[in-house]
Design a binder for this molecule. Structure first.
Ligand SMILES: Nc1nc2c(ncn2[C@@H]2O[C@H](COP(=O)(O)OP(=O)(O)OP(=O)(O)O)[C@@H](O)[C@H]2O)c(=O)[nH]1
Ligand SMILES: [Mg+2]
Length: 535
């Protein structure tokens, strides 16, 4: 008996450490419509979090650094994000796992996957454009997953909606109650600073060259402000009006997904960025027990478990390897630990584990719930897999989107057929495109995508990373539905649909027109057609 006591003490001590480590983690995604400033904001959060000395710009000039999270050539050339990026950094005793996502609709499947890994999302709105269609879709997904949202109204250095009109707009389009955390002083385009909703303190901003370093800030206490400054008194009145109307911070309503804290700023000029970082620390949710497929929850202090939410090869041209991104859901991760993949039942040792900072990575020895780590060369791990030690667990699958664009892909260099097939399989694992096969008499593989930009990314990566040159031939399908394997014969026998099949056995019926789909439904009412709609 006497030998049990010290062990118990150690176990409870380790449990206390684990819970404390989880409590100080903030794992969040930045999401929005294209060009709202996600990558710029990410860069500035890194600057204010002390992870960068100088911030880069999305379209860097010769004098400027490039941003951390758009690390692909294609991203830097085009000035858009095409793939999500993870960055870990510490600030004020908090460990941040920040995920920048691409805004373009064509890459929304990537964003969906990231949302499966995040505890909270910062939803970015352009002060002039407000909630756009794509933002609304992402918002619906976030809401369906129960992810709390923090709203950041960006680009307030430019003309746009007045703040009260913006609040009204957000509440009407997103059906959320807004609770301002900061309130802007000055019209959009004449942004002077923000009032803190709690203390009433005014922070005055001054621009720095290109916004590459921290903005100069001057704090003015509420009582020191002169009533004669009309911009300030308007801001104060507006804020008081909202607060009197009950638009104040409430942790329970936030967690329930009915209230969003709102901050105003300009990522480009670093205005309001520190306030956002502080808000993430002060009110951002820490990791919590995670729902499992069987309707239970995996507690934070249960044995290790993680969700693979992203796979990416060739991130670093010097290594040319494949990284599986894991979100740790429970327990402590230790490098080299053996885990089981719930999908295959196979075990693997997590020997090469890294923390990620855009394209860069460094080896880690341990990690805690909320952390995002990269496992190198775990080639059997696919997106959506649950890895665990101890008590078995499976997390719910990550939804995928129905493709709407299809091409057949021809290899231009027959001598490189093996590389061609391997490269396609890799891009399929990553979700860059989806890889299908038609029936045996159609040897060329079919690539399917949510949007055509995905094909461009695929073609460029095939050449640059795999040395494979391809030709695409468009297919006339515009719609696809997932069907059960048993129904494949119905599709084969129908003139309205064609069958394509994934290597994992998933079957899709592809249609040339919505009319063809309607005809198929009429002819085969018993065939269940799954829309795969997470939108
Ligand atoms: N005026 C102004 N421009 C900004 C601000 N934030 C970002 N921008 C500019 O907006 C453009 C798009 O910024 P990004 O950070 O690439 O936007 P994004 O949301 O990451 O775009 P995608 O990832 O492609 O969806 C760039 O030219 C930025 O310099 C801001 O606060 N004010
Ligand atoms: Mg971006």
């Amino acid at each position: 008996m006497s030998t049990d006591a010290p062990e118990l003490t150690t176990a409870s001590h380790e449990r206390a450490i684990l819970l404390r480590e989880a409590e100080r983690r903030r794992t969040f995604a930045v999401i929005s419509h294209p060009d709202a400033g996600k990558t710029t904001l990410t860069e500035k959060l890194l600057l204010y979090g002390g992870a960068l000395h100088e911030a880069g710009a999305v379209k860097a000039t010769a004098q400027q650094r490039e941003v951390t999270s758009d690390w692909m050539d294609l991203e830097r050339r085009r000035g858009i994000s095409v793939t999500s990026t993870a960055m870990r950094f510490s600030h004020r005793g908090t460990v941040f796992n920040l995920l920048d996502t691409p805004g373009h609709r064509d890459f929304s499947e990537d964003t969906l996957r990231v949302l499966a890994a995040a505890d909270c999302a910062v939803i970015l709105l352009d002060a002039a454009r407000g909630v756009e269609e794509q933002t609304l879709k992402l918002f619906q997904v976030a809401r369906a997953r129960g992810i709390p949202l923090i709203t950041f109204v960006n680009k307030y250095d430019r003309p746009g909606l007045e703040p009260l009109a913006m609040i009204d707009h957000i509440e009407h389009t997103l059906h959320l109650t807004c609770a301002p955390i900061t309130w802007p002083v000055g019209h959009p385009g004449e942004f002077q600073g923000v009032l803190a909703a709690g203390s009433g303190t005014f922070t005055r901003f001054t621009r720095t060259a290109r916004g590459a370093t921290r903005a100069e800030e001057q704090q003015v206490a509420a009582e020191e402000l002169s009533e004669s400054d009309p911009a300030w008194s308007t801001a104060r009145e507006e804020l008081e009006l909202l607060q009197a109307d009950g638009r104040t911070w409430d942790p329970e309503l936030f967690a329930a997904g009915v209230l969003t804290p709102v901050l105003f700023g300009s990522a480009l000029w670093n205005f309001g960025v520190e306030q956002l970082l502080d808000a993430l620390i002060d009110i951002g949710p820490a990791p919590a027990a995670r729902p499992t497929l069987d309707g239970h929850e995996r507690q934070l202090d249960a044995a290790f478990s993680a969700l693979a939410f992203k796979v990416q090869a060739n991130m670093d041209p010097r290594h040319r390897d494949r990284i599986a991104f894991l979100r740790i859901c429970s327990g402590r991760f230790e490098r080299g630990m053996r885990v089981t993949d719930a999908r295959t039942g196979g075990t693997l040792a997590l020997s090469y584990a890294h923390e990620l900072f855009g394209q860069d990575r460094s080896t880690i020895e341990d990690a805690y719930p909320g952390d995002i780590i990269g496992i190198v060369n775990a080639s059997d791990v696919l997106v959506g897999d649950t890895l665990y030690a101890g008590e078995p667990v499976t997390f719910p699958p990550i939804p995928s989107l129905a493709p709407e664009h299809f091409v057949t892909v021809h290899n231009r260099d027959p001598a490189r057929r093996k590389q061609f097939l391997r490269a396609l399989e890799q891009l399929d694992h990553e979700g860059v495109v989806q890889l299908f096969q038609r029936e045996a008499n159609e040897p060329a593989p079919v690539l399917a995508a949510v949007g055509p930009l995905q094909f461009e990314v695929a073609a460029e990566r095939l050449v640059n990373e795999f040395g494979v040159h391809v030709r695409f031939e468009p297919l006339a399908w515009v719609l696809a539905r997932r069907i059960a394997r048993e129904d494949a014969d119905a599709v084969r026998g129908s003139r309205w649909a064609e069958l394509i099949e994934r290597r994992d056995g998933t079957c899709l019926a592809a249609f040339r027109t919505p009319y063809a789909l309607a005809q198929f439904i009429e002819a085969f009412p018993a065939v269940a057609l799954d829309e795969m709609a997470a939108r």
